[in-house]
Design a protein around this ligand. Structure first.
Ligand SMILES: Nc1nc2c(ncn2[C@@H]2O[C@H](COP(=O)(O)OP(=O)(O)OP(=O)(O)O)[C@@H](O)[C@H]2O)c(=O)[nH]1
Ligand SMILES: [Mg+2]
Length: 229
């Protein structure tokens, strides 16, 4: 790509500002005992349905809240609010990813009590969200069986900036002739050793395992001594 020097400079400044805001958010979440999980994927890979099911499972056990980013509409926030947990929509307008400052604004006076888990659903996009730290502890990249096994090879950056991959819509794997072995190989070739879970939010398959995993990650995060700033 042929960026002019001024555009490159503006982009660097935006990223730097975002990193500072993300650092403040991370310190604030740590102090409040909030474990933050962001979800990134292409549009329609199943982030909202997964969260709808997960919030339903978790709402009884933990204090949970969710932020959801979209360019327009509050459709996803309305879907998630049905689970009964506090939910806020971040409308990003023309911006193809949520930014840390948008998270800070969304958290003003909300929720009443700091949640144990905060989920942030990103804008459906496999490119822009990869550069923006939101102060999260765990970034999850979702990859649906209907997208083709080679997506990790085509969009390596989002896989490289995520901590965990979820292969979603496994109930459609046979119909889509999805090759799970090839998909695992694609992910591992981009990000060797990356942990991968397979889930279907529709049938619930794999959801309990994944839920146990994130609960154990939160316990581990808050059990470890807080390092000095
Ligand atoms: N069969 C099947 N369909 C699913 C599954 N998860 C999501 N879907 C369907 O896939 C479509 C998109 O799901 P969403 O949860 O809205 O996807 P999203 O990633 O939140 O989409 P954006 O927010 O627009 O990026 C919907 O029609 C869902 O019902 C699944 O596990 N199995
Ligand atoms: Mg969604």
């Amino acid at each position: 790509m042929n960026h002019s020097p001024r555009l490159v400079q503006v982009r660097q400044n935006i990223l730097k500002r975002n990193d500072l805001a993300a650092r403040e958010l991370r310190a604030r979440f740590r102090g409040a005992g909030t474990y933050v999980i962001s979800l990134v994927s292409s549009p329609g890979a199943g982030k909202t349905l997964l969260l709808e099911k997960l919030l339903g499972l978790m709402g009884q056990l933990h204090r949970v809240a969710a932020l959801v980013g979209d360019l327009a509409t509050d459709n996803d926030a309305r879907r998630l609010a049905r689970s009964g947990v506090p939910v806020r929509q971040i409308v990003t307008g023309t911006v193809c990813h949520p930014e840390a400052e948008m998270v800070t604004s969304a958290l003003e006076g909300w929720p009443d009590e700091p949640p144990e888990f905060l989920f942030i659903e990103s804008v459906g996009n496999l490119v822009c969200p990869s550069s923006f730290d939101l102060g999260e502890d765990l970034r999850i990249v979702l990859f649906a069986v209907t997208e083709g096994e080679d997506k990790p090879l085509k969009y390596p950056t989002i896989f490289n900036t995520a901590d965990l991959a979820l292969i979603t819509k496994t109930d459609l794997a046979a119909a889509a002739e999805f090759d799970l072995v090839a998909a695992h190989r694609s992910i591992q070739s981009v990000r060797p050793g990356m942990e991968i879970f397979q889930v279907s939010a529709k049938t619930g398959a794999g959801m309990e395992d994944w839920l146990r995993f994130i609960e154990s990650r939160r316990s581990a995060a808050f059990a470890s001594p807080v390092s000095p700033p």
